[in-house]
Write a protein that binds this ligand. Structure first.
Ligand SMILES: Nc1ncnc2c1ncn2[C@@H]1O[C@H](COP(=O)(O)OP(=O)(O)OP(=O)(O)O)[C@@H](O)[C@H]1O
Length: 237
């Protein structure tokens, strides 16, 4: 699937009657890279889950290209090209790496596994290992690889670097950057590592209490450490 535009118009969503995402609007162009930043608990995970149709919808619209996905369920959104890698690294821990990947094939032939083994040589080496035997980085790679097997046109990544050693973060960012550079995927990245997130993306959106309080080009924030400190409460070098 070629990269697709993601458009969000006035989205409000949450858990039952509790509204967490409050009237958010943004657009990511085909092949674009958006980083979503914000302090803890401001609603970044809820935003991605809402794009995937996993929360209670309170209002607004979500478009993938021209298709209005607002009233569709998560499985339909996945079929239409939305790929979601949750913060919880959804893998089956009692299955092997290969069995996990086969579960992600969704009708594609087994030869598709080779595509991800080329991208993630570490998973190829560990193909007979169980989920429980994998390191955090390997679990993250497996979760990402399984989603990629569905050939998403828009990829939603929730804190893929959380808890990983810097060298593994480098590897994951290299893979994500290569995916973005291929032009085949539009990527929305939620990340706490601000410098890496700003280096990766072209645009950035800062969230506070479920609202987008700042959005613009990454270069703008990279050159404005005082503004980063004001928005996010931390320094950037
Ligand atoms: N399943 C849930 N049911 C009810 N409230 C929830 C649920 N998940 C999250 N929340 C609440 O929604 C708010 C936003 O949480 P969310 O996880 O989206 O923030 P976040 O910005 O991703 O935080 P972090 O950076 O710590 O991951 C928080 O107040 C949280 O307590």
């Amino acid at each position: 699937m070629p990269a697709t535009r993601l458009e969000v118009k006035g989205l409000s969503a949450g858990y039952g009657p509790t509204r967490i995402i409050d009237h958010m609007s943004f657009e990511v162009l085909p092949g674009g890279r958006l980083s979503v930043l914000g302090r803890n608990g401001v609603g970044k995970t809820t935003l991605l889950a809402s794009l995937m149709g996993l929360t209670t919808h309170h209002g607004g619209k979500v478009f993938l290209g021209e298709a209005d996905l607002t009233d569709t369920k998560a499985s339909t959104r996945a079929q239409r090209g939305l790929g979601y890698v949750p913060q919880t690294r959804d893998i089956f821990r009692s299955l092997t790496v290969e069995e996990n990947l086969v579960a992600g094939l969704k009708g594609r032939g087994r030869e598709a596994l080779e595509e991800v083994y080329v991208m993630f040589p570490r998973l190829a080496e560990r193909r007979r290992h169980f989920g429980t035997q994998l390191s955090g980085g390997e679990q993250q790679m497996l979760s990402l690889a399984r989603t990629l097997l569905g050939r998403p046109s828009v990829l939603l990544l929730d804190e893929p670097l959380e808890g990983l050693a810097p060298v593994i973060c480098d590897q994951i960012m290299e893979i994500i950057t290569a995916l973005a550079s291929s032009g085949e995927m539009t990527i929305v990245l939620v990340e706490q590592q601000i410098e890496r997130a700003l280096r990766f993306a072209d645009h950035v959106m800062v969230v506070e209490r479920g609202k987008a309080v700042w959005s613009g080009e990454c270069a703008h924030l990279r050159d404005a450490p005082k503004m980063v400190e004001r928005l996010l409460g931390v320094g950037v070098h």
